[in-house]
Design a protein around this ligand. Structure first.
Ligand SMILES: [Ca+2]
Ligand SMILES: [Ca+2]
Ligand SMILES: [Zn+2]
Ligand SMILES: [Zn+2]
Length: 620
């Protein structure tokens, strides 16, 4: 058969297939087209529904931007929680006008005519903006500056007057409420004239709501509590993600802050005393004084200890998506404002005013942590067991040892990354999630016996001891010597009293030291028996350098740190470092095994924070 014949055959085949398709389409007329329609992803028809933010192109528009975000003069942002709601549904131009009211008369006149005169400060404030954004500080509105101004950004001004709320970073709204009643006069005076009836109603409701939450129950419901309640408001759901997704992302965002400060957040679905209200909206939204601007530019805004709003004209995406704006990242940023943080113009900070797409895992960086800890302090907990977990790793260059420090407390544990001086993101986790076969909570002590011929890890609780198998990453039920676990401490370590408060293996004298109440018992691994003349008083074996400063009894944990090459005694929120050999060589008057005066645990190990039990399982 020639090529012509082939073509003819193919052609006939195609025609018959087409005919069959047409027949099928006719047959399933309605159902077919319906199905086709529903299978589309709708992205082409959904996009035009979102009004677009007006681009900033002219010097007048640039000036409005600079005024709005506080580059001309700091903005009284917190004081405008619910100020004047425009009676006409006007959008962003109105905002800068509202901001300018009560300020200098020349600036007040800016927006009264359509053609805006440029403020003499325009060029100066533009320079500041350019400098902060890493641009040439020319004071001229060039294209690079326009691009910077049109980037997605947070609606909270970059420069605002300091908030009067929550002095010293303590969340005391009772004090604040009282304070604002006394101190209200000045703020009230400036705001009174411009307050419309509608805004008065909103304000009234807010005050009522606040007083129910804080004053209503006298002192018991103060904001000085360390658990804050938040809610995704029913009238403010996003149209883009499922409600479940929205709540999960918000939970995770709140949890990220609670991992670094002694504050916990809990979602409250129906109580009256919610502290932080979260909602999505477009344009004029949720009774808010600040209108959103359509798709682009402003994506959200928030108030200190108040509300958080997201612009639902933005394309928000969930946890795993690469396109659009990550709701998690924006939520973490806005919660930062709700906690009182300003913008931080540093690469890597979550408090940068502009949205930076996320590459890889997203965490609070050092600046974010330090900034929020300046307000709320650092976490200082006590721990039941602390140890370095050393594991062997086979690499192409041979065997190496890696270690991290673990802090156990009740049923939770944190892994501490000594290199970064911080806990792992997503901690604490339940003990059961990381350590198989040992008790789920209340571990008394851990010992790593590590010698030229022994390498064994033990966990202690009550009268029993578990041996852990690092190869299988679970507790032995029977080790290679056919010993069954858990064992009684009295059988595994004859002569050692139980329960133990703490224990550690000293690699120099190859003895395990077991601590119980005010006594310590040394145990020889090689001879498998208690060292003679023990137990002794802890204070005699580990004497204080300063006689007035010693933990004496009921030690929480003792551990040797490979990072610091030192042994530490830990009790309550303090640690005592054991005098090292080098220190004794330099100063012979120091006692052998002496304990230096105590220091706070959180002065050496940072950000070991509790999170609320309701979000414990969210850790990744
Ligand atoms: Ca927007
Ligand atoms: Ca302990
Ligand atoms: Zn912001
Ligand atoms: Zn709003």
């Amino acid at each position: 058969m020639g090529t012509a014949g082939m073509e003819k055959a193919d052609c006939l085949k195609t025609i018959s297939i087409l005919a069959a398709i047409i027949f099928l389409l006719l047959l399933f007329d309605d159902a077919g087209s319906e199905r086709l329609f529903h299978n589309r992803d709708h992205s082409d028809i959904e996009l035009p529904h979102h009004p677009q933010a007006d681009p900033i192109l002219s010097p007048e528009e640039a000036q409005q931007y600079l005024v709005k975000y506080g580059w001309v003069a700091p903005v009284h942002w917190e004081e405008q929680t619910y100020p004047e709601i425009p009676e006409f549904d006007q959008a962003p131009q109105d905002v800068s006008q509202a901001i300018l009211e009560g300020q200098s008369s020349e600036r007040h006149s800016l927006n009264t005519t359509k053609k805006v005169e440029l403020n003499p400060l325009f060029s100066e404030s533009l320079k500041k903006f350019q400098e902060a954004n890493g641009l040439n500080a020319t004071g001229i509105l060039d294209s690079a500056t326009k691009i910077a101004m049109n980037k997605p950004r947070c609606g909270v001004p970059d420069h605002k007057t300091p908030s009067k709320r929550g002095k010293n970073g303590t969340l005391s709204l009772i004090a604040e409420e009282k304070d604002s009643q006394h101190n209200n006069s000045q703020m009230e005076r400036t705001q009174r004239q411009k307050r419309s009836l509608l805004s008065k109603i909103v304000e009234h409701h807010r005050r009522k709501r606040d007083s129910q939450g804080t004053l209503g129950n006298s002192n018991s419901l103060s904001f000085s509590k360390n658990t804050l309640k938040w809610r995704l408001m029913g009238e403010g759901y996003s149209m883009q993600l499922t409600i479940e997704q929205q709540r999960q992302i918000l939970k995770k965002a709140f949890r990220m802050w609670s991992e670094v400060i002694p504050l916990q957040f809990v979602e409250d679905l129906n109580g009256d005393d919610v502290d932080i209200r979260v909602g999505f909206g477009t344009g004029q939204h949720l009774g808010c004084s600040q209108a959103f601007d359509g798709e682009g530019q402003q994506f959200a805004h928030a108030w200190y200890l108040g509300d958080i709003h997201f612009d639902d004209d933005e394309h928000f995406v969930g946890l795993s998506s690469e396109h659009g704006i990550s709701l998690l990242k924006v939520a973490v940023h806005e919660i930062g404002h709700a906690l009182g943080l300003p913008h931080i113009n540093r690469l890597g900070s979550v408090m940068q005013p502009n949205y930076v797409p996320q590459e890889g895992k997203f965490e609070l960086n050092w600046e974010d942590r330090k900034a929020v800890q300046e307000k709320y302090g650092s976490c200082d907990g006590s721990f039941s067991t602390v140890f370095d977990w050393v594991r062997k790793e086979r690499t192409s260059r041979g065997e190496i040892y890696r270690f991290n420090t673990y802090f156990f407390k009740t049923g939770w544990y944190w892994m501490y990354e000594n290199n970064g001086n911080r806990t792992r993101f997503g901690d604490p986790r339940p003990i059961t999630a990381g350590w198989m076969g040992i008790p789920a909570k209340g571990i008394d002590a851990y010992v790593h016996v590590w010698n030229w011929n022994i390498d064994a890890q033990y966990f202690f609780k009550g009268a029993q001891v578990w041996r852990y198998d690092p190869e299988k990453d679970m507790a032995f039920t029977e080790d290679w010597r056919k010993k069954k676990y858990p064992q009684l401490i009295s059988e595994a370590f004859p002569g050692v009293p139980n329960p133990v408060d703490a224990a550690f293996f000293d690699r120099k004298d190859r003895l395990i030291y077991f601590f119980s109440e005010n006594n310590v018992t040394a145990f020889s691994i090689e001879r498998n028996k208690k060292v003679e003349h023990y137990p002794k008083r802890i204070i005699d074996v580990f004497p204080p350098v300063d006689p007035t400063d010693h933990p004496k009894a009921y030690i929480d944990a003792v551990y040797f740190s490979y990072t610091h090459m030192s042994t530490y005694f830990i009790k309550d929120k303090y640690f005592w470092k054991v005098v090292s050999d080098q220190e004794r060589q330099a100063n012979s008057s120091l006692p052998l095994n002496g304990l230096w005066p105590k220091k706070k645990i959180n002065s050496k190990w940072f950000d070991i924070c509790d999170v609320h039990p309701s979000v414990l399982s969210l850790g990744t």
